[in-house]
Design a protein around this ligand. Structure first.
Ligand code: NAD
Length: 474
């Protein structure tokens, strides 16, 4: 299969104004050079999306649906190739990468199904002499910005609903992992997306060039997934033209093991919640809160499961924990652990970067006291700080003591108690007795500083639709 490295504008692969190296973080070697876009090329992408919008918005939803369904089928048939691409540029192990591709493809399938089901409303006014018609129309040119940690799924989770709704798009992937996103764009090209409907640019300088794009009146919508820090900047940048925004931002998920939890199940769940994607997930369990009576058993079993993981380059047979996306990211993780230990944290495993090439960091478990600095940060790696608590009320207070509010996890053998706890969590999602809840059919998103809006589920398409009310005198 041909590696795509050019920009994609108005249905054509075009050379960039410069190039950017893409590294394999397992070795530090350059695996490709991808094209970067200058201002004129970003403008050309906006222009193409703007010109394509009226026809795409009017295209029969059935046809839009069929293109997305075709993209789903191509993606599934190329799953192994795409998984390898992800593993090579991102560092995650092949099994995680394959899981991501299957998950990513589901957004094309789900939104193929949603494209033909946009709801409307027709009502009598309370006075009885008027009619209220409510319909939904595509917003327009949408800028989609994605992070490096799920290079396929974060792209399809935006492209799927955008295309289903009838919006035209400009995708800007993370500069660490553009190859996967370029392949996703190529799939849409082969599935028959008309020219101009999907465009791909990699600005040479994200900050100023994205700012310029958000100040172009033709851009009406921004869908961003990334850190809270950059999300805040982009909300500000969007304010001048009142660009509609949806924001999927950072997380710092608490994982509560209540005193009646099945410890073996909780360990299994914690391994998934913490270690999927090598810990580089917005949903990663970053604060493991364990009731005192089960803390010792949980810590011993969890530490064993963590130290049993095979750390190796993502494409090695049997690899379970791959490299971080870059040495810079790995060093951030190491610094957080060092500061946690300096503040009194007790290490049970890991805690030291290995010598040699690659951005590896070992699976690390530590017990910390309330107030340890690591609890206030999003740890984007294989590090699990455990905090012991005495009462459910204390656990809930600890869990909610963060600016983030994406997801929380609750383990208990009493469902009513687990639901009461879930209701007290200040998060957009709660997982009860399971370590992963991501599902294209469910609304994914956070509260507080973890974001605005929802992706997936019935809500996802509405991030790309405006509500229009038509009042009728009868
Ligand atoms: P990031 O915020 O550094 O970058 C995200 C994207 O924004 C990248 O494409 C990057 O090039 C771009 N970007 C960076 N600075 C920019 C600027 N000034 N203007 C315009 N674009 C800019 O995030 P990351 O390191 O790529 O990804 C990790 C973060 O993403 C974590 O915080 C994680 O929690 C979050 N995330 C959230 C979700 C979610 O659904 N809530 C999902 C995945 C990742």
């Amino acid at each position: 299969m041909e590696l795509k490295t050019d920009l994609y504008i108005d249905g054509q692969w075009v050379k960039g104004s410069g190039t950017l190296p893409v590294y394999d973080p397992s070795t530090g070697e350059v695996i490709a050079n991808v094209a970067t876009a200058d201002d004129a090329q970003c403008d050309a992408a906006i222009d193409a999306a703007h010109r394509a919008f009226p026809a795409w918005a009017k295209t029969a939803p059935r046809l839009r649906s069929e293109i997305l369904r075709k993209a789903f089928e191509i993606m599934i048939s190329e799953a192994d190739y795409i998984a390898e691409l992800i593993s090579r540029e991102n560092g995650k192990v092949f099994s995680d990468a394959k899981g991501e591709v299957l998950y990513a493809a589901e957004f094309f399938r789900w939104f193929a199904e949603e494209a033909v089901r946009t709801p409307g409303d027709f009502r009598h006014s309370p006075s009885g002499d008027k009619r209220i018609l409510v319909t939904h129309q595509p917003i327009g040119v949408s800028l989609l910005i994605t992070p490096w940690n799920f290079p396929a799924a974060m792209a399809t989770r935006k492209l799927g609903p955008a295309l289903a709704a009838g919006c035209t798009t400009i995708l800007k992937a993370a500069s660490e992992t553009p190859l996967t996103a370029l392949h996703v764009v190529d799939i849409l090209h082969r599935a028959g997306v008309p020219k101009g409907v999907v465009n791909f640019v990699l600005p040479a300088k994200s900050g100023p060039q994205v700012s310029k794009m958000l100040h172009d009146p033709r851009v009406r919508n921004l869908s961003f997934t990334g850190s809270t820090e950059v999300g805040r900047i982009l909300i500000r940048e969007s304010a001048d033209n009142v660009v509609r925004t949806s924001m999927e931002l950072g997380g710092n998920a608490p994982f509560l093991v209540l005193d009646d939890a099945n410890v073996d199940e909780a360990v299994k769940g914690a391994m998934v919640a913490k270690m999927r994607n090598g810990g580089a997930a917005c949903t990663a369990a970053n604060r493991i809160l364990v009731a005192r009576n089960v803390a010792e058993e949980f810590t011993i079993k969890f530490t064993k499961a963590m130290t049993d993981l095979k750390v190796a380059p993502g494409m090695d047979a049997g690899a379970q924990l791959g490299a971080s996306v870059s040495v810079k990211e790995r060093n951030k993780i190491a610094e957080l652990v060092d500061s946690a230990v300096s503040a009194g944290g007790k290490l049970h495993s890991g805690g030291k970067s290995p010598d040699g090439p690659g951005a590896f960091y070992p699976a690390t478990v530590l017990t910390v006291e309330k107030g340890n600095p690591i609890l206030g940060c999003e740890v984007f790696g294989p590090v699990a700080p455990i905090v012991i608590f005495d009462t459910d009320a204390e656990a809930i207070t600890l869990a909610n003591d963060t600016e983030y509010g994406l997801i929380s996890y609750v383990y208990s053998s009493d469902l009513a108690r687990a639901i009461r706890t879930a209701e007290a969590m200040e998060t957009g999602m709660v997982a009860i007795n399971r370590g992963v809840v991501s599902d294209p059919a469910a609304p994914f998103g956070g509260v507080k500083q973890s974001g605005l809006g929802r992706e997936g589920g019935f809500a996802g398409i509405h991030e790309f639709l405006e509500t229009k009310y038509i009042g009728v005198e009868i």
